[in-house]
Design a protein around this ligand. Structure first.
Ligand code: ATP
Ligand code: MG
Length: 261
């Protein structure tokens, strides 16, 4: 059965999508069977995996509304497959923004994704879910489906404060909706060791969260930022870049953590 993880942080632009696509690619490269689910109407994880969100025949929207199974909606990117980084993709686009409203009257609406993933779980080692920058019904569907949450964060002044809401939400979902849900870890991203404040916040994080802080640190690296415009994860775009190497190391760290879970 797959291990299922949400990549979540209600703060925008902190590196959720970059983490989701590069972790997916990194895990695929080391032989893991990966399904990536884009739960953000922005569709950035879809585009960044080489799938055109405007051309999707079926998306996560159809899955949430019960109109398609994941087996029907999943797709792949030829470029990633050829490069040896291939993973399955359930894409998203603007249409998904309507799901929130359309699900209002649906029973157990926060568990739609969970049910859909259960049907294909045996086919994968990892399912990674890219969440939107909010604590919405979409994110709730992600949290209800998952065993754990991976939280990418920048080591900035307000970083710890912003974490409180997310940690409380995880606790509430754990108590009321999904007993399996755990905070797996905090991933320091866009890190610049020359900035003293970032080092200080990083130390604070370790003080507060201990081994919930991943060992791997993702540096700020322009190759990671350039990759999406080519429809590629940074790992495929330039495997030798510092950013790509860090994400490959993170994939390895995740596999080792799973073995200990
Ligand atoms: P949103 O909340 O809008 O979904 P997000 O949390 O998914 O955003 P990303 O889209 O992954 O964040 O990243 C935000 C921006 O920062 C993007 O332009 C991305 O290319 C860039 N970026 C992410 N990680 C890095 C990094 N390690 N080094 C340099 N740029 C990065
Ligand atoms: Mg994103």
């Amino acid at each position: 059965m797959a291990k299922i993880f949400c990549v979540a942080n209600q703060k925008g632009g902190v590196g959720k999508t970059t983490t989701t696509v590069n972790l997916s690619a990194g895990l695929a490269k080391i032989g893991q069977r990966v399904l990536m689910v884009d739960l953000d109407p922005q569709g950035n994880a879809t585009m960044g995996s080489g799938v055109d969100k405007r051309q999707l025949e079926l998306s996560v929207y159809d899955v949430l509304l019960g109109e398609a199974s994941i087996a029907q909606a999943r797709t792949q990117s030829d470029k990633l497959q050829e490069a040896g980084y291939g993973y399955d993709i359930v894409g998203a686009n603007r249409e998904l923004a309507g799901a929130e409203v359309e699900l209002v009257d649906v029973e157990r609406r926060e568990r739609r994704l969970k049910q859909a993933i259960e049907e294909v779980s045996a086919n994968y080692d990892f399912v990674l879910i890219d969440c939107p920058p909010s604590l919405s019904m979409l994110t709730l569907n992600g949290l209800c489906s998952a065993h754990g949450v991976i939280v990418p964060m920048q080591c900035e002044y307000f970083a710890l404060e912003g974490l409180t809401d997310l940690v409380n939400t995880i606790k509430q979902v754990h108590a009321n909706l999904n007993r399996e849900l755990a905070l797996i870890g905090l991933l320091r991203v866009m890190f610049d060791p020359r900035i003293t404040l970032q080092q200080q916040v990083s130390e604070q994080l370790k003080g507060h969260f201990g081994d919930k802080v991943f060992d791997t640190v993702i540096p700020r690296n322009v190759r990671l930022a350039e990759a999406p415009s080519y429809g590629l994860p940074g790992l495929v775009f330039d495997a030798s870049s510092k950013g790509a190497q860090a994400y490959q190391a993170f994939a390895q760290e995740m596999v080792e953590r799973i073995d200990r879970m």
